[in-house]
Design a protein around this ligand. Structure first.
Ligand SMILES: Cc1ncc(COP(=O)(O)O)c(C=O)c1O
Length: 391
């Protein structure tokens, strides 16, 4: 009997999924384990997809995505970041953020190469590196007072002759940490000095509470990098527009990388779904008011959860500036999966275990606070009661 390839067997399961699969077999669970809201995609986006189908956007498109979708993405970068991108050569529309991550990583790593990843982080980045038959070295963000930082000394010490890339996520899933401009510059300088690709996962850049007003994005690293830098930006429609099930995202990078990624896309998915690309254009063009309303709601949810958790002895939870997660640390906890499973069984609240997020994640759990209040409020009540009982 032939075996499954050893390199594939070595890719670990997502422990978020593992917990979720138990929860999905149960009734009445308050589900806060995935990175999405229970609120549906806004009506204007659904109508745009229906219109697109009626208008004939049901055929194959270019591997890089529809020219009009790439133009809309470029226009968004010009408006939000004052960055000029060439839609013809510097953008690929992908079938989701995770596909953008996979494609970008596949283009820069050879088997046996090494990659660095800042963690705790969404596990798919490290797993994509392993799927490219490369090795990943995770460098944990240290928590200094109320803020996570980057351990540049640990990064320097981890570079080997085979290190080819550094992956970071800002705003972070699961920390909600947002890189300062000085930290972005530090990462860029580090990557330039060691000849590395800098892969910036910016899928949460619109979910930012630290700007002058809600709706201001986290400044993209593209503002600091030149178009000749070895910088790749990952993005998605999923989070900003409640489009997780639509599977549309994008990749921005140097022209030679984008040319190769476009070619490879043919063999992976060919292109993102055509009518979903058109709906994405509408989201970018018309989505600002709805986005700000969502941010107001998310900020209130964040503060509700923070207030509830900060009253519980033994819990440390920094106030995050971005994304829609809290990552509380529980004093003395050394098996976050068992903790989340017990919580699920006893209270029917589903959270993601910290161990799923790699180095620095054990001892914590992740709450996605994007859910509606009818779910979030009882979930927080049950969770804090469980924590106070000393589980
Ligand atoms: C950090 C990060 N990057 C990328 C993604 C990918 O999102 P999608 O594949 O839905 O576009 C996610 C989703 O949770 C994420 O948390």
């Amino acid at each position: 009997m032939p075996n499954i390839a050893a390199s594939v067997e070595a890719v670990p399961r997502s422990r978020i999924r593992e917990l979720a699969e138990i929860a999905m077999s149960m009734d009445g669970v308050l589900r806060l384990y995935f990175g999405e809201s229970n609120l549906p995609t806004p009506e204007y986006i659904k109508q745009a997809a229906i219109r697109a189908m009626q208008d004939g956007f049901t055929f194959y498109t270019e591997n890089a995505g529809l020219p009009s979708t790439r133009a809309a993405i470029a226009a968004q970068y010009r408006a939000l970041h004052q960055v000029d991108l060439d839609p013809a050569t510097e953008i690929v529309v992908t079938a989701s953020g995770v596909q953008a991550l996979n494609l970008g990583i596949r283009c820069v790593l050879d088997p046996g190469d090494h990659a660095l990843a800042l963690t705790p982080a969404w596990p798919n980045g490290s797993s994509s590196i392993m799927m490219a038959n490369a090795a990943v070295q995770q460098i944990a963000h240290p928590l200094c007072g109320e803020r996570y930082r980057i351990d540049f000394d640990a990064l320097e010490a981890a570079v080997t002759p085979r290190t080819r890339m550094l992956l970071y996520t800002s705003p972070s899933n699961p920390l909600g940490w947002v890189a300062t401009e000085a930290e972005q510059q530090g990462l860029l300088d580090f990557a330039r000095r060691h000849d590395l690709w800098l892969v910036a996962d910016e899928v949460y850049d619109r979910l930012y509470y630290g700007g002058a007003r809600l709706g201001d994005p986290v400044p993209s690293v593209l503002r600091k990098a030149t178009r000749d830098d070895a910088v790749i930006v990952i993005h998605s429609f999923s989070k900003s527009y409640c489009m997780t099930g639509w599977r549309v995202g994008w990749l921005i990078g140097r022209r030679d990388l984008i040319a190769k990624a476009t070619q490879l896309n043919e063999f992976i998915v060919s292109h993102a779904p055509t009518f979903a690309q058109k709906a994405g254009e509408t989201a970018l063009a018309e989505g600002e008011d709805e986005l700000v309303r969502m941010l107001e709601r998310l900020k209130e949810n964040r503060d509700l959860c923070l207030d509830a958790l900060r009253g519980v002895p033994g819990i440390t939870v920094p106030k995050p500036d971005g994304a829609f997660y809290l990552f509380p640390r529980v004093q003395g906890l050394d098996d976050s999966f068992a903790f989340c499973r017990n919580l699920l069984m006893e209270t029917r609240v589903g959270l993601a275990p910290g161990v799923a997020f790699g180095e620095g994640g054990e001892g914590s759990f992740r709450i996605c606070y994007a859910a509606g209040r009818s779910i979030l409020e009882p979930a927080m009540e049950r969770l804090t009661k469980f924590l106070r009982a000393g589980a």
